[in-house]
Design a protein around this ligand. Structure first.
Ligand code: XMP
Length: 315
């Protein structure tokens, strides 16, 4: 993409050709799907309806933040509550690829129902190049089945339209700035949400633990950014590990779980470097997580692995 204005004009014209009737738009509050939603809104007006799914796998206060963000972007969005549906489809599932497939299917089935209700036969989503490349589109092996690509079931009943499929993240950020989307620097959040940040089995309790630990990581990293101690990393989050580890509370032994803190610098998510977060920030994160999740989380680790060899998310 050389010129975002030209890209936007072409994408709007193509959307009008591709969508003769109504379409729903999968909006996650992330930069990719928001850019797709803005293009859809400009191309189709009321014939496009943006939906934000509350999967129950979101970060703390995410629903309010996304609603606020859409207000700022002047885009109408409908929140679809679906937490119990996503949690139940993940019951007993520990394998990362199986989690991704089930989440992809749950999203599609829900979008099919919502499309029927709205009288739409198409779904517009903000898939970008790394999503399908890593889902096995260009590499020989599937690195990860992105929920919006490989996670889409074969018997899908709605047509899928992807206006950003050839863009990389830095290009989407340029486009977002051109479309006046607020906060284009926001960190990406994977569609499968906390399900892939709760390594191993997903339960409501483990999701809650990951959510609480993640909120602390975000607060402390954002505090360090605001203080000018570090520049804004690409992503910063907590992962709950399926590892029990011994701790001590007063005179008592506790047997809790471990949290890994992941902070990464990157330009396009295809490669990345573990951020050299100052030790005092790491210590404060560890101290706050073990105090506020006392007995549940007994150990905090800092992940210093680059991508490659590791991926950004643990699963
Ligand atoms: P990995 O973990 O593959 O992640 O190095 C690269 C970037 O993609 C995000 N990610 C996802 N985003 N659906 C998404 O929308 C997914 O299934 C998914 N998996 C990973 C990840 O947060 C990182 O920014």
């Amino acid at each position: 993409m050389k010129d975002p204005a030209q890209f936007a004009a072409t994408a709007i014209r193509r959307l009008r050709e591709q969508v003769p009737g109504k379409a729903i738009v999968a909006a996650s509050g992330g930069i990719d799907s928001t850019a797709a939603a803005v293009l859809a809104h400009r191309a189709l007006g009321d014939r496009a309806k943006a939906l934000f799914v509350d999967t129950g796998l979101l970060r703390a206060h995410e629903v309010e933040h996304v609603e606020e963000f859409f207000r700022e972007s002047q885009l109408p969005v409908t929140v679809v509550p679906a937490a119990s549906r996503f949690l139940s489809t993940l019951e007993g599932v520990a394998d990362p690829e199986e989690k991704r497939r089930r989440i992809g299917t749950a999203f599609v089935r829900l979008f099919e129902e919502e499309a029927d209700r709205f009288g739409a036969s198409q779904l517009i989503q903000g898939t970008i190049a790394p999503d399908w490349i890593e889902s096995g589109g260009a590499l020989r092996d599937t690195i990860k089945t992105h929920h919006n690509v490989g996670g889409v079931p074969k018997d899908v009943r709605i047509g899928i339209v992807e206006p950003l499929r050839d863009l990389y993240k830095d290009e989407v950020r340029m486009l977002a700035a051109h479309l006046a989307i607020p906060h284009p620097e926001r960190q990406p959040f994977p569609g499968p949400g906390l399900a892939v940040r709760v390594a191993g089995p997903v339960t409501a309790e483990r999701v809650e633990t990951a959510r609480a630990a993640n909120a602390i990581v975000e607060e402390e990293v954002e505090r360090a950014i605001a203080a000018g101690t570090i520049s804004r990393p690409w992503q910063y989050f907590a992962v709950l590990l399926p590892v029990r580890t011994v701790g001590v509370m007063g005179d008592n032994r506790v047997y809790g779980e471990a949290v890994s803190v992941r902070v990464v610098d990157s330009n396009d998510a295809m490669t990345g470097t573990a951020t050299d977060l100052p030790l005092d920030v790491r210590r404060r994160i560890a101290e706050r997580i073990t105090r506020s999740l006392s007995g549940t989380v007994t150990r905090v680790l800092y992940d210093i692995t680059d991508k490659p060899p590791a991926t950004i998310e643990w699963e």
